[in-house]
Design a protein around this ligand. Structure first.
Ligand SMILES: [Zn+2]
Ligand SMILES: [Zn+2]
Length: 256
């Protein structure tokens, strides 16, 4: 029997696509510079600090150290990206992606099909089958456990609360950035592991590849072959023109 649609897909991914469609329509129909600024700020906070810096470099790879309060704040931003709690992101990334990249156990490898790699794996994922063993000490951190336990309530509660105060901020600073971040990471999962696309600086056992536009516009995530080669590095550029915007972002928050 086919696996039913995952609760996360129904409760987060799909509604965000619908809300984002409305938000984009309003954005272009009634274009205002202040709306664009809100999208940019939300994008940097949610997609940049939340996912690329927080869930990926800080929580999954422990690539740099920062003040515990900043870790708390950016893992909350990461939650707002609608890709699961920090614990879930780490469980999939540390537990199933890196050690098994482009093999049977890699949940979002394109070897399981392009659609599956982009979004299919999230549609049918049974959360009970995700092992959190590789989350290590994060599992005993009350903040991360709290965000994980109440993930959906916090996600929608935050958007609702902000939207009640100012619906433009809710739509442009939260919904659109969350939508962009979801699709950016889906693009990384698909394109940065597709053989024949992009280019490779290093020989690795997986199909990881560098895709320049996901490097520049995906907060460095697109320098993916560089990342798979040197997984613990905080900055993913290997050549001078492979700019990783998170270099500056991490510089601003890391502990000296
Ligand atoms: Zn990684
Ligand atoms: Zn990868």
């Amino acid at each position: 029997m086919k696996q039913p649609l995952a609760p996360h897909f129904l409760k987060i991914f799909l509604p965000i696509q619908v809300l984002a469609l409305i938000a984009w329509a309003l954005f272009f129909y009634d274009f205002r510079v202040e709306n664009l600024i809100m999208v940019l700020i939300g994008w940097i906070c949610i997609g940049g600090y939340g996912i690329a810096v927080g869930h990926h470099r800080l929580l999954s790879h422990r690539s740099f150290k920062t003040h515990p309060l900043i870790e708390k704040l950016i893992s909350y931003f990461g939650l707002l990206a609608g890709q699961g709690s920090g614990l879930f992101w780490v469980a999939v990334h540390r537990g199933a992606h890196h050690p098994y990249a482009d093999t049977e156990k890699d949940l979002h490898s394109p070897i399981h099909g392009k659609f599956n790699s982009y979004v299919g794996w999230q549609m049918r994922l049974d959360p009970r089958k995700v092992s959190f063993k590789k989350c290590g000490s994060l599992l005993s951190d009350p903040w991360h456990v709290f965000l994980h336990k109440h993930y959906i309530k916090i996600f929608w509660g935050s958007i609702l609360l902000v939207s009640l105060l100012n619906w433009r901020v809710g739509l442009f600073m939260m919904v659109i950035p969350s939508f962009i971040s979801m699709h950016t990471e889906n693009c990384v999962d698909l394109f940065c592991h597709t053989k024949g696309l992009g280019y490779r600086n290093f020989t690795t056992t997986d199909n990881s590849t560098n895709i320049w536009w996901l490097g520049y516009f995906g907060f460095g995530q697109g320098w993916h072959n560089n990342h798979h080669y040197n997984q613990n590095a905080a900055v993913y550029s290997a050549k001078w023109w492979e700019v990783d915007p998170t270099r500056l972002m991490i510089f601003l928050i890391k502990s000296r």
